[in-house]
Write a protein that binds this ligand. Structure first.
Ligand code: TRP
Length: 335
């Protein structure tokens, strides 16, 4: 990829679960903007999924869906390296070397590890413990400096910087320090439809709009969003669950639609039924084209195969260059 770009971006996309509106506004939209200005590597983290999902039956449809959804949202496989983690064998090699620089104590202290231990005490495997090491290998393999991720990944990135620095000190400068990075303003939080928390795949499914949801499902979910009898007098403070509906409207509706309902709220003449119907219409208009495009891609196996091959080729090229340097500075060259 060209050098005129501003720097290297790398991120991993989980292959478990369906993408939802929160993923779209929180992550994918960011990737789509970055692809114009940065040299981007976006990877489906299929190996990582084995730490918690050892059954591989669902892997293929999941990987296909995640690729299709990301492309449908605007990620361009011509502009970025879009690839699967398991296709890049160099990842496993770097992961192995980094494991010697990762300490049991720091791995056990990781918040995500402790959470998983609590949730699945019957499957505390070494892959789970070294999850952040594998993630560091993903990033460092491309000598990336920018990693578009949410807050929940901060600790993993800090560990990645530690591994990179330890490597550089022990063997020689190879890796830049990668930092969390997002485009422009603060990331938008996408609230759920049940008045509490944000959209997430693990929490209340009815509060979350998935990119694969059919029109009727979207309408039903939106119409069920929590409201009340409405403000009893003008300019009353807004309860959280009503503010959430306005915030969702900000994402998918036009500014004048939003302004009309804000006006109605402030005048205490708002009709929440009308507002939700409008939001449902706008949500359907937003999601339907993405869903349809994604379905078409998902059903086109030869296209998906081409995309994966093209992405893997780009990623391998960069991985090989890095691993050459790594083996050299480590002294793993005997002739
Ligand atoms: N751990 C990340 C998540 O749970 C996914 C991931 C895997 C990742 N490898 C990565 C993110 C490399 C950024 C960079 O969402």
């Amino acid at each position: 990829m060209e050098n005129r770009k501003k720097g290297r971006v790398m991120s991993g996309i989980r292959s478990t679960g369906f993408l939802h509106l929160g993923n779209y506004f929180g992550a994918i939209r960011n990737y789509v903007r970055m692809q114009e200005e940065y040299d981007c590597f976006f990877m489906v983290a299929d190996i990582h999924s084995l730490t918690t999902h050892p059954d591989t039956k669902e892997l293929k449809p999941n990987v296909h869906r995640v690729l299709a959804e990301n492309i449908a949202c605007g990620l361009d496989p011509e502009k970025v390296a879009l690839y699967c983690q398991s296709h890049i064998y160099e990842t496993a090699e770097l992961y192995l070397y980094l494991n010697m620089l990762a300490y049991k104590g720091e791995l056990e202290k990781t918040t995500t590890f402790k959470d998983k231990v609590r949730q699945h005490p019957e499957n505390v495997n070494a892959g789970l413990l070294t999850y952040p090491v594998l993630q560091a290998a993903d990033i460092l393999l491309h000598q990336a400096s920018y990693v578009p991720v949410g807050k929940d990944q901060e600790q993993h990135l800090e560990m990645c910087r530690n591994f990179a620095n330890r490597f550089n000190h022990r063997y020689g400068e190879v890796f830049p320090e990668p930092y969390a990075f997002n485009f422009g303003e603060d990331l938008v939080k996408v609230p759920g439809l049940d008045g509490s928390g944000k959209m997430s795949k693990s929490e209340n499914q009815n509060a979350t709009i998935f990119l694969a949801d059919e029109d009727e499902v979207i309408r039903k979910k939106v119409m069920k969003a929590k409201t009340d009898a409405g403000p009893s007098e003008p300019n009353m403070p807004m309860p959280d669950y009503i503010e959430n509906i306005f915030n969702l409207m900000k994402l998918v509706s036009t500014p004048d639609v939003l302004a009309k309902f804000q006006h109605d709220y402030n005048q205490a003449i708002i009709r929440y039924g009308d507002m939700k119907k409008q939001l449902a219409d706008d949500m359907v208009a937003f999601i339907a084209p993405i869903r349809e495009k994604s379905e078409a891609i998902r059903n086109n196996e030869s296209y998906l195969r081409n995309i994966m091959e093209m992405g893997a080729e780009k990623a391998r090229k960069s991985a090989r260059l890095t691993m050459e340097k790594v083996r050299t500075v480590m002294g793993l060259k005997y002739y």
